[in-house]
Design a protein around this ligand. Structure first.
Ligand code: NAD
Length: 326
């Protein structure tokens, strides 16, 4: 599919990831970008920079109200299905979180079928795999959610349902669905809803207040941090590609532990505050292991996608943005 000149809808357009997908689409010459959001979690500030761009249309809409989707999807070439509740908000409001992640996704696919939208790129998550072990995680790795906390388990299961919808609507109903399993996404316009990106943003806040950054446990917990600009580029490449019914891992392929994360933060901020080691307590968590080997070869091969922003550069960009906010 051609991105240049095309019309695209982003559900959850006011999100961290949605706002960056909009930036990427506009940079690649899209003719029209519709940002559909009910602002349940996202904020107008995330898309304020797009004010005045005549190619952007903001629709206050709810993916739980299918009628609102029919109107917004009319004439669209593709839909980026990004609206959703992450583990934290889903744990705080299970009825709404599950409704949005499950019923909302069914509505998105049904509205696409009705409006004859050719393609959906769905925001899935590495959580769909379960607690990672030492073995490589590919798209063929079997899900094992048994070790997850309850909220993470529900979130992961809701993402597996979204992936199933991508495959079913691709094979039966003429709407090509592609699921992107993101690792931990972070970057400019960072919010406080991502359990793993919280380690970055909360420790930055602590350093700015003159408080020691905190490291949970012994600091060996690792995550694969992928910059939001790379995630946005993966979305647009997946929309442009012929792939349908496919799942792609989207991460950096690099494991970063909490000790290293705090070290990078201290470097960027020039802080000499010594880190403080604390217990995790009752915090909502996704994974907490000390190994992760998230393989991104399939996206490289079939989408021509590779991450371009390393963790040091990405965190510098996030912090520069944060400083500009004052
Ligand atoms: N941030 C990450 O690390 C990460 C990792 C893996 C997967 N994901 C997935 O990517 C997507 C976006 O993540 P994000 O970090 O940008 O999240 P976010 O919380 O910033 O965005 C979610 C957006 O969905 C909107 N929304 C919620 N309910 C809605 C409804 N009923 N109708 C319309 N809009 C609604 C919210 O207002 C918000 O703008 C989510 O589906 C998330 O599960 C994110």
């Amino acid at each position: 599919m051609d991105i240049a000149g095309g019309t695209f809808v982003i559900t959850g357009g006011a999100s961290l990831i949605g706002s960056h997908v909009a930036d990427r689409l506009l940079a690649d010459g899209s003719g029209k970008v519709v940002l559909l959001d009910n602002f349940a979690l996202g904020t107008p500030e995330a898309i304020a920079h797009l004010d005045g761009d005549s190619r952007v249309e903001l629709v206050r809409g709810d993916i739980l109200r299918t009628g609102e989707l029919f109107d917004a999807f009319a004439g669209a070439d593709g839909v980026f299905a990004i609206a959703g509740f992450l583990t934290l908000p889903l744990t705080q409001n299970p009825p709404l979180g599950l409704a949005v992640n499950v019923d909302g996704m069914v509505n998105v696919f049904e509205a696409c079928r009705f409006a004859e939208v050719k393609k959906v790129v769905f925001s899935s998550s590495i959580a769909a795999i379960g607690e990672p072990g030492p073995e490589p995680i590919t798209e063929e790795t079997h899900s094992n959610l048994a070790a997850f906390q309850a909220g993470t388990k529900l979130y992961a299961a809701s993402k597996l349902i979204g992936e199933g919808l991508c495959q079913l609507y691709s094979s039966k109903y003429g709407v090509g669905g592609v699921a992107l399993r993101y690792a931990t996404v972070y970057g400019e316009r960072q919010h406080y809803r991502g359990v793993n990106a919280l380690y970055i943003i909360q420790n930055y806040d602590r350093i700015m207040r003159g408080e020691s950054p905190q490291i949970t446990g012994d600091g060996s917990e690792v995550h694969d941090y992928v910059h939001v600009a790379d995630v946005a580029r993966a979305n647009v490449l997946a929309m442009a590609a012929d792939a349908a019914g496919e799942i792609f891992n989207i991460g950096s392929g690099v494991a970063t532990n909490l000790v290293r994360l705090v070290e990078i933060l201290r470097d960027i901020t020039g802080s000499d505050l010594e880190p403080e080691y604390v217990e995790a307590g009752g915090a909502v968590k996704s994974t907490s292991g000390s190994t992760i080997d998230f393989r991104i070869g399939k996206a490289k091969r079939l989408l021509g996608w590779e991450p371009e922003v390393g963790i040091e550069d990405g965190m510098r960009r996030l912090i520069e943005w944060r400083r500009e906010q004052g």
